[in-house]
Each structure stands twice: as C-alpha cells, then as structure tokens.
Ligand binder design. Structure first.
Ligand code: GDP
Ligand code: K
Ligand code: MG
Length: 292
C-alpha cells in the first residue's frame, strides 16, 4: 500500500515552522532566521519513502493584512485549510494569547486532522510544559498535541510517523527523486534574501526583493547574476554600504550557502536596483510569484 498527501504547516511568525520543515526534509530548503515574515512564499518540501510521499508546505505566519503583500500572504494561510490532508498548527512554548479567535474556530471545525505542535520545549521547564499542554487541549479539543523541539529534533519523528498514519492511500504526486517543486533560482533568491535579513537592521529587509536573472550551470561552476530591488535610493546606499563592503558581505555569505546547497563552485554577481513601490503594486507582486 502506498500513501501520499499534502501537509500544511501554519502558525504565527517565528514559532519554528521552517525549522520543522527542514528537519523533515533534511535539507535547508526553506530559509530560517529569527525575524518574522521570512517565509513569503508557499514552499513545497517532499519527503519520499518506498511506500509514502509527504508533500509539505511551509506557509507564511498568520498575520493581519496591513498592506497588499501581507494580504496575499493571508490568502496562502486561508488556502492551507482547503488543500491539506493533515494540518500542522504550530505554537511555541509561552505563546498563549490567540491573535485570531476566528482562526481557532476554523481549526476546531475543520474536517482535516490537526496536529498541534507545541514547539521549543527545549526552552521550558516540565511544569510550564504540563501547564501549556493543559491550556491547548482545552483551546483545541479536536487537535492532537505533540510537544516538540524542531531545533533539537525532539519528537519530530513521532510527528512524522503520525502524519504517515493519517495520510490517504494514494500514488505519488511527484517523481520520487524530486525534493521540491521550486526552481533553482528560487533558492538563490531566498538565500540572498536571508543574508539581507541577517545583515541589515529594521525596515531594510522588508523593502527588498531579489530576482535571479541568470543561472548558468557548467561542469564545475554555476554562474549566477541576481538583482536586489529596493524602493528608494537611500535604501540602495545602505544595501551597498561604505565602499561596497556591506553588499560584498551579503555576497560572500550567500555564496558559501549556495556552494553547500548545489555542491559546486559558485560565481555570484549581485547588484542593486531601485524599483519604486514593488511592495504595493500588484502587477509587480504577480511577477515575483505572489498571488499565484
Ligand atoms: P517560522 O517563522 O515559523 O518559519 O520560524 P523559523 O523556523 O524561521 O524559526 C524562528 C526562530 O526560532 C529561529 O531562530 C529558530 O532557530 C528558532 N527555533 C525554531 N525551532 C526551535 C526550537 O525547537 N527550539 C528553539 N530554542 N528555537 C527554535
Ligand atoms: K522566521
Ligand atoms: Mg518560516
């Protein structure tokens, strides 16, 4: 018997969704940082076994739409209820205030099985853990609760085994040797964006989009050129930095990760372009793959 299906991971920003997905997939497919809104796209990670295929999507966090980009992220979150065979709702230890009661009603009334993952238990005491398990079992009576540490790989395999049990009998949806449905350029873009998130303060990373314009693979080297788009000239100056040093640092860090990921030498050319209002222009959003 072969099982296959779709598993959506949802939860507030920074609870550890991407960390969990990467623990499942075993590859650094989804970028992980300590900042919220790192994951803007819906990413598929695929875990294959002889008799199963689990297709995971790591959705953006549950946030209130404040401008257009956030509102198209919310569409992903809403659709997470519609196309999943199993829903993973992740909260972190200490997180109690429900930001959206309506959302919780939806979880409790959903026909899809829900596993409530109480993450980051490596940071909690036994008492705190017991108290939180109690709290969530009252709040989400339909969900099965799993205390986990995505970072330290604690109870992750138990969650995975439960997912397999819950999946329907089905042939594979994707070829078994395929790890993800995203093109290689997507990883280049996301890797660069991760380094921007790590290297600049405050609003800069959120004003940035990255597009990889060239990707040529040769025998021993991959040559790529990517553009970092910002909204204002001042932001361009900050990204580049004094004598170009800030941008150079981003390039070096991104290249290190990309060489590990692709297993080849990388030549990465980075440049910065001002593209006003990419964030609020929905035509631009479509071009970058949101609203799809
Ligand atoms: P996402 O926004 O929900 O995708 O969260 P990320 O996976 O990007 O993780 C946000 C931050 O939480 C990162 O700094 C992770 O290293 C950290 N984190 C994730 N899981 C755990 C965990 O189990 N324990 C601890 N202590 N930190 C974690
Ligand atoms: K994050
Ligand atoms: Mg994430």
């Amino acid at each position: 018997m072969h099982k296959a299906g779709f598993v959506n991971i949802i939860g507030n920003p920074n609870v550890g969704k991407s960390t969990l997905m990467n623990a499942f997939v075993g590859e650094k497919l989804s970028i992980i940082t300590s900042k919220a809104q790192t994951t803007r796209h819906r990413i598929l990670g695929i875990v294959n076994g002889d008799d199963f295929q689990v297709i995971l999507s790591d959705t953006p966090g549950i946030i209130k739409p404040a401008y257009e980009l956030q509102s198209s992220m919310m569409d992903f979150v809403k659709s997470a209820f519609e196309d999943a065979d199993v829903l993973l709702y992740m909260v972190e230890i200490g997180e109690k205030e429900l930001k959206d009661e309506l959302f919780f009603d939806k979880i409790n009334n959903s026909k899809v099985p829900v596993l409530l993952l109480l993450n980051k238990i490596d940071t909690s005491t036994q008492e705190q853990l017991e108290e939180q398990v109690q709290y969530w079992s009252e709040k989400a009576p339909r969900a099965e609760i799993f205390p986990i540490s995505a970072l330290q790989n604690f109870n992750v395999i138990e969650v995975f085994n439960r997912i397999i049990e819950l999946l329907p009998e089905s042939p594979a949806f994707y070829p078994k040797d395929q790890l993800t449905d995203k093109p290689e350029r997507f990883f280049v873009n996301e890797t660069i964006r991760e380094k921007i998130l790590l290297n600049y303060k405050k609003e800069i990373p959120y004003a940035v989009e990255v597009e990889t314009e060239e990707f040529f693979e040769e025998d021993h080297i991959i040559r790529m050129r990517s553009v970092i788009m910002v909204e204002r000239d001042t932001q361009k100056g900050i990204i580049i930095g004094h004598k170009g040093e800030a941008l150079k640092r981003v390039g070096v860090q991104a290249r290190e990760d990309l060489e590990k990921f692709f297993g080849k030498q990388i030549h990465l050319e980075l440049y910065v372009k001002v593209n006003k209002n990419w964030r609020s222009n929905s035509g631009q959003l479509k071009r970058f793959g949101y609203n799809q």
